[in-house]
Design a protein around this ligand. Sequence first.
Ligand code: ADP
Ligand code: MG
Ligand code: MG
Length: 215
Amino acid sequence: DKLLDTAWVVDWTRRSAAAVTESIEELNALDAAIGDGDHGTNLCRGLEAALAKLDAAAQAGDPPPTPGGALKAVATSLLATVGGASGPLLGTAYLRASRGGTLTELDAAAVAGLIEDACAGVEVRGRAEAGDKTMLDAWRPAAVAARSAADRGAGPAEVLAAAARAAAQGAQSTEPMTARKGRASYHGVHSQGHRDPGAQSTAILLEAACHAAGA
Ligand code: ADP
Ligand code: MG
Ligand code: MG
């Protein structure tokens, strides 16, 4: 039931960069089927930049004092470097998630709030609905699962494990959907049978969050 601090955000970012680098071909291939083939490359570039910023701050002896501060640094890196549709969406998600702001340690309820805030950022920015075959179809179930885990007394790492499981299922659930937002929507019904790349990368990011928490 360890509380999560700034070091968790840094480790989450490091694991995210490593996992997305490992999945870059897979994510690009998913995006090539129903988009323009750059999602893995876009996200990899953003996470490397975010990690570089956090590592530079630590080296300079000036690390963000709170998890919210570290998430804000990640958000600004993503906004500045990812591009495409997913850059503003994930940038806004991390910016919203950073609003827990001044807390130095996050308990289970705060971690659930962080995932809910990230999901709300994707919703506000993208205006997609559940079932539109976007990353929201991973973020929304993750937020719901995180909150219900916290409500039944799970610790922070367990909350993230529940979110990661739900995101993975959510990503899988996009396969039969018809895309209604973003580039994939140009394919209409022909988008069916393909997994949404942004939903898949969301599952990867949340799995990294969970592993960074020691789950
Ligand atoms: P681009 O499509 O501009 O090349 P990316 O390939 O990096 O950008 O990201 C594509 C992903 O963005 C999609 O797989 C989908 O999950 C997500 N996406 C696109 N539009 C929206 C939206 N309006 N709301 C939520 N997610 C979206
Ligand atoms: Mg793309
Ligand atoms: Mg693109």
